[in-house]
Design a protein around this ligand. Structure first.
Ligand SMILES: Nc1nc2c(ncn2[C@@H]2O[C@H](COP(=O)(O)OP(=O)(O)OP(=O)(O)O)[C@@H](O)[C@H]2O)c(=O)[nH]1
Ligand SMILES: [Mg+2]
Length: 391
């Protein structure tokens, strides 16, 4: 499956940069392409300069809001991010449309942090515009939810997240939710390492996108998971997870190859990888709330069979009983067995509900503060009303 990837704001731009890197990896190691173009859109010129892999011309690193922000961002005001994106939308739409391999695009992947200003505001606006112009292709939004500490210290965090989630979900075909906090919980040393978090966020997409693009027979499984399966699965609120098990290495002096000791080991390694994928989902949710799901098993061809794929399917069915499940096998990496899981069309996402509920309080508080400010300023003006003005 080939994506047009567009990152908005700092967070979105950096994660889009990871997708550009993944495509380089797919091209170099596998001789295939998984994106047709990668773009970063920002009101902040310095953030665009800081990217590594996205092409550095103005058509791929797109600066918007030049006059309004002088290239310095919108300071967390996502209404301003939205307004600027609407005004400069032609710049973005034209750049995408004129990309050399645009016609090969299966779907759009738009990415942003929910809590900032530029990305949070621009994402829903451009999602809507792309949907209007390219009705035949799905638009998926990756929305990165803030760290806990950001919610505690900045009320805009909750408000921006709620408005971004609500607006994007009204227009995107699917919203892939990513919780920044998940990656820290797993490894506290990541707190200061955004680059590593971004790599972890993008990684689960690698095999998923590659599997359907393989041309060589030896990398085509018994059941290929292709773009059609992914398009059929991604609907509404979605999470993604990835887990892997190293394969035991048994090296005999006369036969240097890897294989499973026996079938039960094989199955338990598969289940172990799927368990990890489910426990490392990009956002905590209950798999029972999923109405669609898919999983992809990637392992060396010799050590994979349809029985294992089926057992993983039975396992996932127990965990996500409501879901229509699609699956695939991908004969690939040496030395590891990995499982990618997508849970989609979730009918309950507590975190999103929480943002909606909390933002009601925040909106009330913001209104009260504004009224307070206006009344205090009026009092000041009243006190000085008899003083002559120099204007
Ligand atoms: N995973 C990840 N999250 C990030 C990254 N950079 C920022 N964030 C998160 O994204 C949110 C802030 O969004 P930014 O992308 O910095 O803001 P912006 O869209 O550039 O908007 P303004 O700077 O306000 O104009 C916060 O919740 C950050 O924790 C990143 O590189 N990776
Ligand atoms: Mg910024």
């Amino acid at each position: 499956m080939k994506l047009t990837v567009i990152g908005f704001g700092q967070c979105g731009g950096r994660i889009a940069d990871e997708f550009a890197r993944l495509n380089g990896r797919a091209r170099f190691h596998r001789g295939i392409e998984i994106v047709t173009g990668v773009f970063a859109v920002n009101t902040d010129a310095a953030d665009l300069t800081g990217l590594a892999t996205i092409k550095s011309d103005y058509k791929h690193r797109i600066l918007i809001g030049g006059r309004k922000t002088s290239g310095h961002g919108v300071g967390k005001i996502n209404e301003l991010g939205a307004e600027i994106a609407r005004e400069d939308s032609d710049k973005i739409i034209d750049a995408i449309r004129t990309a050399r391999r645009f016609f090969e695009t299966d779907a759009f992947l738009l990415i942003a942090g929910a809590a900032g200003g530029t990305g949070s505001g621009a994402l829903p606006i451009i999602t809507q515009l792309i949907k209007e112009r390219h009705a035949d292709k799905p638009v998926y939004d990756v929305i990165v939810l803030p760290f806990e500490h950001e919610e505690e210290t900045e009320e805009r965090t909750v408000y921006n997240s709620a408005t971004c989630l609500k607006s994007a979900s009204a227009v995107a075909d699917a919203i892939i939710l990513i919780d920044n906090q998940r990656y820290i919980r797993k490894d506290a040393s990541l707190r200061s390492n955004m680059a590593k978090i971004n790599a972890l966020i993008a990684e689960p997409f690698y095999n998923l996108l590659c599997a359907g693009e393989e041309k060589k027979r030896k990398h085509i499984g018994a059941r290929t998971l292709d773009a059609g399966d992914i398009l059929q699965t991604l609907v509404g609120w979605t999470v993604i997870g990835y887990g892997k098990s190293p394969l035991p290495l048994i090296t005999l002096p006369f036969e240097r190859k890897r294989h499973f000791r026996n079938k039960s080991t094989e199955t338990s390694l598969g289940i172990q990888a799927m368990d990890e994928a489910l426990s490392e989902l990009s956002l905590t949710c209950n798999p029972q709330d999923a109405n669609r799901a898919l999983y992809l098993l990637a392992a060396p061809a010799k050590e994979m069979n349809m029985e294992l794929v089926k057992e993983l399917g039975d396992y996932l069915r127990d965990i996500a009983p409501k879901a229509i499940i699609r699956d695939g096998d991908y004969p690939r990496e040496r030395g590891v067995l990995d499982v990618t899981v997508v849970l989609s069309e979730l009918d309950k996402v507590q975190r999103v509900t929480n943002y909606y509920t909390e933002s009601i309080g925040v909106i009330e508080e913001m209104r009260r503060k504004q009224e307070d400010l206006v009344s205090k300023l009026r009092d000041m003006e009243d006190t000085g009303k008899d003083i002559p003005s120099l204007l």
